[in-house]
Design a protein around this ligand. Structure first.
Ligand code: ADP
Length: 488
């Protein structure tokens, strides 16, 4: 099959969070099965060119309509981690992708609406007719709308579109001017069964448009597919999703086992695997040395996360205090999304700076994240909502036992050591339901007690996690089945 992935991120060349990892991991898994895969991205000024091989000009003189102008674009192409990528570079005063970062600009809806139109114009002008265009999140949500409303008639009529919702909280809201900017007719589209937001008058909801127009809609775990249909996690999209529920599926993400593999990880010394688990203890020593923690017979409880409301920052704070009170060491690596959250954690950092048992590192640090995975015993993930989550899976791969809230992909990938009905070899962590300190303690307390009192059983849980298949192998096949179903 010929599949074109279109999104705002592709790890590692342009990564902010899990979205970049998913487009990267899925593309590699599909390519490995012999499918023809290409990725189309904006040519951000912050792309790392060293990660792109053979970057060259692929197409010149593409004219992309925007308002009443034609914006000239060039398309560059190269290989990133073995996958062919195309980068759309507009040449206009807007400087759409010259902002030093990927997101966070007031004109984000315009920047990404333009990108969606430019991708289709590029496919049309080069005569490309992928079997599937796979779009992701609100940034590319206008693509299925534009393909049907404009490009079908122009001849781009072979591709079918699959749209994946990674985070429905961000929907891409804009005035109807944005539809006009990319050549769509607001009079036709601004109805609540198309793009008109159901709660906000005169507002176009781009993600709602993708749900209406895509041939298939997926989200990143089966449990989250249910949650967005039936609970407020649909973030106001429930009604639209209900109307289109026949095309909604949940496919859990995998992790890229080239990046997350303790047997080959270049960031850790020594490497280890389930057959030589004692080497993990040496990684624990190294982590302690690196962070200035004392050598002691204590478990290391870790958090590696964006410090965002969604991730349960209040419970993370409680986890730090509870772990220390319970005789553990605590390591937290995270970067805050808002100043008040940064202050919250800076406060704890000040209080615990000299401590022999606690270290908070408040920044993004890929290498340290790998070393924490290698050295830690327990990983805490107390999310309010979590469409899929990758950290519970990477933790398991490194023999770290996850303690997670029972939501979304966390509930689909972590099976409780005490209460799951799974076979003994399949249980791999601890779950809790209530979004309260007591709720968290009910699971974290069990994990800590197990570490102290029943080390052999704790070791078995680590091994169960390490042997859990969280690769892209199964999910890639599920996407292929969906693509086959909708293919022309
Ligand atoms: P989300 O995409 O919502 O942030 P995921 O769990 O899907 O959450 O993916 C987040 C990824 O980013 C994980 O691989 C996690 O380890 C990594 N990560 C998050 N915060 C940091 C940080 N401060 N430093 C290094 N890696 C981080």
């Amino acid at each position: 099959m010929y599949i074109t992935q279109v999104g705002a991120e592709y790890a590692p060349v342009a990564k902010v969070g899990g979205l970049g990892d998913v487009i990267h991991g899925l593309s590699r898994a599909l390519a490995k099965r012999g499918h023809e895969i290409e990725v189309i991205l904006p040519k951000y000024d912050c792309l790392d060119p060293d990660l792109i091989e053979d970057l060259h000009l692929a197409y010149e003189g593409l004219q992309v309509p925007f308002y009443d102008q034609q914006l000239p674009c060039t398309i560059e192409s190269g290989y990133a981690d073995g996958i062919r990528c195309f980068f759309i570079a507009p040449h206009s005063d807007h400087g759409f992708y010259h902002r030093g970062h990927i997101y966070g600009e007031v004109d984000d809806p315009g920047r990404f609406a333009f990108f969606s139109r430019a991708v289709l114009e590029f496919l049309l002008k080069t005569g490309k007719q992928p079997d599937i265009i796979h779009c992701h999140d609100w940034h590319t949500a206008l693509l299925p709308v534009l393909r049907w409303e404009i490009y079908e008639a122009l001849g781009l009529n072979h591709p079918r579109v699959c749209h994946t919702l990674h985070n429905s909280a961000h929907q891409g809201l804009a005035g109807e001017y944005l539809l006009r900017a990319v050549g769509l007719d607001p009079a036709r589209l601004m109805t609540s069964d198309r793009l008109l937001d159901r709660d906000r008058p005169h507002t176009a909801n781009l993600l709602q448009g993708a749900i209406v127009y895509a041939n298939s809609v997926t989200t990143v775990s089966p449990r989250h597919a249910w949650e967005i249909l039936h609970t407020d996690q649909g973030m106001g999209l429930q009604e639209t999703l209900h109307t289109h529920r026949h095309k909604l599926r949940g496919v859990i993400n995998g992790i890229d086992e080239n990046t997350w593999n303790p047997q080959t990880d270049p960031h850790i010394v020594p490497t280890y695997g389930p057959e030589y688990l004692p080497e993990k203890a040496r990684n624990k020593q190294h982590l302690r040395r690196r962070l200035g923690l004392e050598e002691a017979a204590k478990p290391i409880v870790a958090i590696v996360s964006r410090l965002d409301r969604q991730k349960g920052v209040e419970l993370m704070r409680h986890a730090v205090h509870y772990a220390l009170k319970s005789g553990c060491q605590m390591v937290l690596l995270g970067s805050a999304s808002e100043p008040w959250i940064d202050e919250l954690f800076e406060d704890i950092r000040h209080q615990t700076d000299g401590s022999a048992d606690c270290r908070l590192v408040l920044r993004y640090d890929e290498e340290l994240s790998h070393q924490i995975h290698a050295g830690a015993d327990i990983m805490v993930i107390p999310s309010i909502y979590e469409p899929c989550g990758l950290t519970q899976m990477t933790a398991m791969k490194y023999g770290v036992v996850p303690v997670v809230r029972r939501v979304g992909g966390l509930a689909d990938s972590v099976f409780d050591a005490n209460y799951s009905d799974k076979a003994f070899e399949e249980v791999n962590g601890f779950l809790f339901d209530d979004l309260t300190p007591k709720g968290l303690e009910s699971a974290l307390g069990r994990a800590i007690r197990l570490w102290f009192r029943y080390p052999a059983y704790f070791r078995q849980l680590r091994l169960n996690g390490m042997y859990t298949d969280n690769s892209w192998f199964g999910p890639a096949q599920q996407y292929l089945d969906i693509f086959e179903d909708i293919k022309a």
